[in-house]
Design a protein around this ligand. Structure first.
Ligand SMILES: [Mg+2]
Length: 402
């Protein structure tokens, strides 16, 4: 038997997410039954606040039914772009604690914090820190479950909603699950529940006492899964998803450029954008690629893979400049310039510092970039730019005046 290290997995689930975002954006809705979804009287409920749930309103219910149950409810349309925006900010908070984040939907994710504990504290402390951060920085509550598997963590997060924190210590999986109804298990739908009820199985504990052979005879492969789940056995790993393959920017110039200095300034401007976006995503990358399109539309790319992932403007620019020197810059007019960062990985937990190496100047750089990003967020990108770019802006303004 292989020996598994005791995993610590956190399942995080925002409370009544869409409805909570609506209340966040319009505080006069606080304490009122809010129902999000549908289109007029058609369609179904996507989310209901806890106040609305008291009237029996729940997700997937037809809007018309919800209106009958809760005539004084506030019925609102879905604002997906807004929820996506907040979701991204929530996932970025999760990524501060571990790169092992597996989002399940906009408002739910698994975190494997087994390796984060020496840096960030015990799993339960991490869960509490995340809850506090989400509340303080976003203004919403999230429920958390902590366990040794996805199965246990997910069931735990749902037990004390809203604003719950349920911890199942290692070894306590079976007693934790035993009293719960079998419907709590994944893959146990209504039909299966009815079939199991016929042989006297109502709780997960009941299920764990049914011999495997009986379950597989009755349910086939699903029977084996049920048997293991009932005992709290679930080895599925947390699988971080990185949909973003590369982060890049490019610019087509209003007139073809051949001046080397001017092109380097343009490159720098692109690096600032790519660097900021990379850091916003909590990522870093090893492969820098520049793209150059000449006046005659012939396009070339030049790439370099670095030993360590980077996320800072300076490293991007230095690498990009080296690559630019490998093109026909200065001798052949260029109509388009682009730079991208690929081979992405999550920025290490806590340690954006780690991305920048251990040296003091790097550490300083890291703090500098965080400060620049904060200022850009507040006052718009371009409020802080390197001196070489200021030169260009003044030129542009001169041009604009004439
Ligand atoms: Mg939720």
């Amino acid at each position: 038997m292989p020996i598994y290290p005791t995993r610590r997995i956190i399942h995080l689930d925002m409370d009544a997410f869409y409805a909570s975002v609506e209340t966040l954006d319009n505080p006069t809705l606080r304490g009122r039954p809010v129902v999000v979804g549908g289109n007029g009287n058609r369609g179904v409920v996507c989310a209901a606040s806890y106040e609305a749930r008291k009237f029996g309103v729940h997700s997937a219910m037809p809007i018309l039914t919800a209106r009958k149950l809760c005539p004084n409810g506030v019925f609102l349309p879905v604002r997906m772009a807004r929820y996506q925006d907040i979701s991204q900010r929530i996932m970025e908070i999760f990524l501060q604690f571990t790169p092992m984040v597996e989002p399940l939907s906009l408002d739910e994710a698994f975190l494997d914090v087994t390796a984060s504990r020496c840096l960030m504290g015990a799993a339960e402390d991490i869960a509490l820190k995340i809850k506090t951060l989400v509340r303080e920085t976003i203004g919403l509550t999230v429920s958390a479950g902590v366990g040794t598997s996805k199965l246990v963590a997910k069931i735990a997060s749902d037990l004390n909603k809203p604003d719950g924190l349920t911890i199942v210590p290692p070894g306590q999986e079976k007693p934790f699950l035993a009293p719960l109804p079998i419907g709590r298990l994944w893959g146990v739908g209504r039909a299966t529940q009815q079939a199991l009820a016929l042989i006297g199985v109502k709780t997960i504990g009941d299920l764990s006492r049914i011999p495997l052979a009986i379950l597989t005879t009755k349910f086939g492969k699903a029977g084996l899964l049920m048997h293991e789940s009932a005992k709290g056995i679930d080895h599925r790993p947390v699988e971080p998803r990185h949909e973003v393959k590369s982060i890049g920017h490019e610019e087509t110039f209003s007139e073809d450029l051949h001046d080397r200095k001017r092109l380097e300034q343009e490159l720098l401007a692109l690096c600032l954008k790519v660097g900021k976006r990379t850091r916003e995503k909590g990522m870093a990358g090893r492969t820098v690629t520049i793209k150059v399109k000449y006046r005659d539309f012939v396009q070339v790319t030049r790439s370099l893979t670095l030993a360590e992932p980077v996320a800072d403007d300076k490293a991007l620019y230095q690498t990009g400049r080296l690559l630019l020197a490998k093109t026909e810059i200065g001798s052949r007019p260029i109509r388009l310039l682009g730079i991208s960062l690929a081979n992405l990985c999550p920025a290490e937990a806590h340690g954006q510092l780690a991305l920048f190496g251990k040296s003091r100047t790097r550490e300083k750089d890291c703090r500098l970039y965080q400060a620049i990003d904060t200022i850009s967020d507040r006052y718009g990108s371009g409020s802080i730019v390197p001196a070489t770019l200021v030169e260009r802006r003044e030129e542009e303004q001169e041009e604009a005046k004439t």
